[in-house]
Ligand binder design. Sequence first.
Ligand SMILES: [Zn+2]
Length: 89
Amino acid sequence: MFKLLFFLFLLFLFVILYSFKKRVDNVLDVLFPPKNKRKGDANNPDVLVKCLNCGVYLPKSDAVKKIKLNGEVLYFCSEQCKKEYSSKK
Ligand SMILES: [Zn+2]
């Protein structure tokens, strides 16, 4: 019985420490914003690319990518456009 209580106590402690660590991380993020936190295109995420299906321009980081066999990357504004473009060809 005592063992179980001890285990629960450890679990409780772990949860407290974990939420505390998260809070500290948030504060650190505000004080020292990380420069390369964004995943994907680390070089320049806000470059505009053109949707090959409807011609709309959108940030590269938001674009739906399709990588062709030869390594060429095609950009679309949505999965819908990607499908439409694929079915056209
Ligand atoms: Zn589109």
